[in-house]
Design a protein around this ligand. Structure first.
Ligand code: PXG
Length: 457
């Protein structure tokens, strides 16, 4: 092993970083203030370059499901780098890690999935799925079925196609998106849009928007529907129980392929290995990334249902793939990650012990003057901040209060993400109830300080 790495000081690193264009960042502003430098992580704690310790309630970016600093993950990566650091999976070739991971994924995903395609990120996986969807309908001799319907405020990634699938206006602006062949419908956001309807009534109304859009476009022109079982980046929007069964019915009725984007939900986040199990979604494609390797290496996997794979496999070459499709080190690390998740029963723990405990403790925030709603499933949750609880009135300008709260969190040593004025959490699945107690204390301090700043009593 090499000796400890000698690093530059914080100020030196910030200067070195100045030419780095960061994702989803006002880079002109960042160049002036300097980046926060995260230098080290252990378990569920992050350490910045000045040695400050922070509780990571966000698992990196919804991904470090097993927590940081797992030595066996490093060992497996090291061994694989020596054994076979790279080889491709083109031209009728495979290698042990990708073959072994394929069998694991086929066995652990819902029964219709017996085929896997690999990429490097959730974005390229969704991009690949769009190509597969087009290929499918062309081979089925229904070439007019092209449009893919998704939701406003959904997130499916940042390539041109994935951002078109996504319903983030600020990603569409200035980039001439969405590309042709994409249409969007309302999201199943009961707290924000449900008004006087019960969640179940609203779930059906939100799903009906899919049928309305199909009828508007003509079913002969619609290829597929894509959705995150729970919208993550959009604000942890957990649909009412009636939503997904209706969506499933509508997809069947109008012959649409159904894509479950499990990039955030997959690998135990909701207390189920896949959220499709919880919501009873029988999809034709499942997008997997993030928790597949717990973020230790980049990797994505597309699970393809038999009925789609049969058609795709009928055309000779599928002319698509990346140099790093099924990268051996990523696949080896994914296998070890899944082994840890299973051995430590992380999904079962989140399902029956820590997830319910988190939900119970989050309920305490309902009485906080700033909190309009709390919601969670397993280890994905949200605390929605409002100006007026009774009227469900949001702040203006939207997003400012969330940013204030996020900054208070960081100041206190807590990492949460703010979407608009909703505080989001997605902790590592290895959290114990003691971590949840620690989180509650830190979050309360931030909520109180924010309420004071924005004058809510
Ligand atoms: N689908 C979903 C549901 C995602 O959440 C992607 C696809 C794209 O994955 P890649 O690996 O290409 O990033 C994602 C990613 C945020 C945030 O701010 C969320 C994501 C990525 C970056 C930031 O919440 N999700």
């Amino acid at each position: 092993m090499t000796a400890a790495i000698k690093r530059n000081s914080t100020a030196e690193l910030q200067a070195l970083d100045r030419q780095h264009l960061h994702p989803f960042t006002d880079n002109a502003e960042l160049a002036k203030i300097g980046s926060r430098v995260i230098a080290k992580a252990e378990g569920t704690y992050l350490f910045d370059s000045d040695g400050n310790k922070m509780l990571d309630a966000f698992a990196g970016l919804w991904c470090v499901n097993i927590g940081y600093g797992r030595k066996s993950m490093a060992q497996v990566g090291y061994d694989q780098l020596l054994e076979l650091p790279y080889y491709n999976t083109f031209f009728k070739t495979t290698h042990p890690p990708v073959a072994e991971l394929t069998k694991l994924l086929v066995d652990m995903t819902p029964k219709q999935f017996n085929h896997v395609f690999y990429g490097l990120s959730g974005s390229d996986a969704n991009d690949t799925i769009v190509r597969m969807v087009r290929t499918y309908w062309n081979l089925k001799k229904q070439p007019t079925k092209k449009t893919i319907i998704s939701r406003w405020n959904g997130y499916h990634g940042s390539t041109m196609v994935a951002a078109s699938l996504g319903g983030m206006n600020y990603m569409h602006a200035l980039a001439d998106l969405p590309l042709p062949g994409h249409a969007h419908i309302r999201q199943p956001y009961w707290y924000g849009d449900g008004g006087d309807m019960s969640p179940d009534e609203f779930g059906k109304v939100a799903a009906k928007a899919l049928e309305d859009k199909i009828l508007e476009l003509g079913a002969e022109n619609v290829a597929a529907f894509i959705g995150e079982p729970i919208q993550g980046a959009g604000g942890v929007i957990i649909p009412p129980a009636t939503y997904w069964p209706e969506i499933q019915k509508i997809c069947k009725k109008y012959d649409l392929l159904l894509i479950a984007d499990e990039v955030i939900c997959g690998f135990g986040r909701t207390g189920y290995m896949f959220a499709s199990e919880y919501f009873n979604i029988e999809a034709d494609f499942m997008t997997l990334a993030k928790g597949l390797t717990s973020g230790y290496m980049p990797l994505s996997a597309i699970m393809v249902a038999d009925r789609v794979a049969e058609v795709l496999n009928s055309c000779g070459d599928f002319n698509h793939g990346f140099t790093y499709s099924g990268h051996p080190v990523s696949c080896a690390v994914a296998i070890e990650n899944i082994r840890i998740i299973r051995e430590e029963k992380l999904v079962e723990r989140v399902h029956s012990e820590t997830g319910p405990y988190l939900a119970k403790r989050l309920e305490e925030f309902r009485d906080h003057p700033l909190v309009g709603e709390v919601r969670s499933l397993g280890f994905v949750g949200a605390i929605e901040l409002v100006k007026d609880k009774k009227a469900r009135k949001t702040f203006e300008p939207i997003g400012q209060t969330g940013t204030i709260c996020r900054d208070h969190c960081v100041k206190n040593g807590l990492i949460m993400r703010a979407t608009r004025d909703t505080m989001l959490m997605s902790p590592p699945l290895m959290w114990t109830n003691a971590h949840i107690d620690e989180f509650m204390k830190l979050a309360k301090v931030a909520l109180d300080a924010t309420a004071k700043d924005v004058g809510v009593k």
